[in-house]
Design a protein around this ligand. Structure first.
Ligand SMILES: N[C@@H](CCC(=O)N[C@@H](CS)C(=O)NCC(=O)O)C(=O)O
Length: 197
């Protein structure tokens, strides 16, 4: 199974991290992002959105890191990371959508501006980041994990851009419950890191 990958991407990292935690073998295909390889004809055929990560599971092509986590967990890791009950799936899913919205437009956007000079509004990103980090911190003051009282792909999806928030000049020190949760994730068996963490 191949992952078209960028080492510095939190979206790619969450797939690498989950694969490590769930003992799933991945062949990493490093994409030359700076040279714009993700927008090449060949890669646009795999993902018309021109984004990474892209998974190729023996010819089954999948884009979007949240969709990839669901697919891998469902197919290769099962109940442990992606529960089968509708209610539990919904509880996990609501955090996957937070990743694609509030996390993406908050701490992730702040990092894209500082690290990669993306033309986004830093003030807006910081306001959005403060809102989601406050909500997350409150949730984690009462919960060990984001959903269903155990580590799931919800934690893995949300983790990277929260842990990398300092690269968008966001200080996590006021968010003590988030900090404790980051440490719990880092203590999971087979945890792997990425540059910046
Ligand atoms: N919703 C997508 C977002 C993927 C995404 O934005 N990937 C970035 C790298 S972290 C990318 O390839 N960006 C290309 C661009 O901005 O042109 C996911 O979760 O995989």
């Amino acid at each position: 199974m191949k992952l078209y990958d960028l080492e510095l991407s939190g979206n790619c990292y969450k797939v690498r991290l989950f694969a490590a935690l769930a003992n799933i073998d991945l062949e990493l295909i490093a994409v030359d992002f700076l040279a714009g390889e993700h927008k090449s004809t060949e890669l646009l055929k795999l993902n018309p959105f021109g984004e990474l990560p892209i998974l190729d599971d023996h010819g089954f092509i999948l884009r979007d890191s949240q969709a990839i986590l669901i697919y891998l967990a469902n197919k290769y890791a099962g109940e442990a990371w992606w529960p089968s009950s509708p209610q539990q799936q919904a509880e996990v899913s609501q955090w996957l959508f937070v990743t694609a919205n509030e996390i993406q437009h908050g701490p992730c956007a702040a990092r894209l501006i500082d690290l990669f000079q993306y033309p986004l509004d830093k003030q807006v990103a910081l306001i959005k980041a403060e809102r989601i980090l406050t909500i997350l911190n409150t949730h984690l003051s009462e919960h060990t994990w984001l959903a269903i009282n155990r580590p799931t792909i919800a934690d893995i999806a949300v983790y990277p851009y929260v842990a990398l928030a300092h690269e968008g000049s966001i200080d996590l020190s006021p968010y003590v419950h988030i900090q404790a949760w980051l440490k719990r994730i880092q203590a999971l068996p087979n945890y792997v890191s990425m540059p910046g963490l």
